[in-house]
Design a protein around this ligand. Structure first.
Ligand SMILES: [Zn+2]
Length: 211
């Protein structure tokens, strides 16, 4: 009997605030070592001649790349035109650098507004987190929060923010710990596809595909 993919425990690691040339390559080294894919929500203005090779490497490793806005601002303060420009410019630069079409949006600071829902034509993603933007939260604590709370269908919110070494240092143990618990790692695109769930739900912010 073939294994039913819908019954497999799936989890998707997502990384915000790159690309950069210090932390992002270290994250990619660990993903490559364990042959697992992840998804990167990138800040458009950080895509430069220097970081484009990092972005290309993400794509080559089977990761997918999504939209975290151009300037990483509080977009609830923006006009509809400004909101649309943030998204279009970022999706355009992702496509130019990698040929990938951004399929998801993570709002900066997870701040949303009706204006944003009405002007951004991508599913909104939040995610379960381990406070990994807070430099006082240790690598050990980050790992424990993820391993203790992981469940099937989770989107895990992490940061490859420049200098975020506590996450780099926790990442390998997070991965091996979740593999030991029987999870399979997939990109966020695959997570929705394999669970048979349409992410296009108006005014919704996803952290788990079943909730
Ligand atoms: Zn961010």
């Amino acid at each position: 009997m073939s294994e039913n993919i819908k019954e497999k425990k799936l989890i998707s690691f997502t990384f915000d605030d790159g690309p950069n040339t210090d932390t992002t390559p270290l994250v990619l080294d660990i993903l490559e070592k364990h042959k697992i894919p992840a998804s990167f929500f990138i800040i458009g203005k950080l895509v430069t001649e220097e970081t484009i090779p990092v972005l290309k490497r993400e794509a080559e490793l089977g990761c997918d790349i999504h939209n975290h806005s151009w300037t990483h601002s509080f977009m609830d303060k923006f006009t509809p035109e400004e909101i649309r420009k943030e998204i279009k410019d970022t999706s355009d630069v992702i496509y130019e650098a990698t040929g990938q079409t951004a399929k998801f949006f993570r709002p900066p600071y997870i701040v949303t507004s009706q204006e944003m829902f009405d002007n951004i034509d991508l599913p909104f993603i939040c995610g379960v987190n381990c406070l990994d933007w807070d430099p006082t939260v240790s690598a050990e604590k980050r790992k424990q929060l993820i391993l203790d709370n992981a469940k099937d269908g989770d989107i895990v919110l992490l940061h490859d923010l420049s200098g975020n070494m506590n996450t780099v240092n926790a990442l390998e143990d997070m991965i091996t710990g979740l593999l030991d618990k029987g999870f399979t790692f997939v990109t966020i695109t695959e997570l929705f596809e394999q669970k048979g769930i349409d992410p296009n739900v108006k005014n919704k912010v996803w952290s788990n595909v079943f909730e």
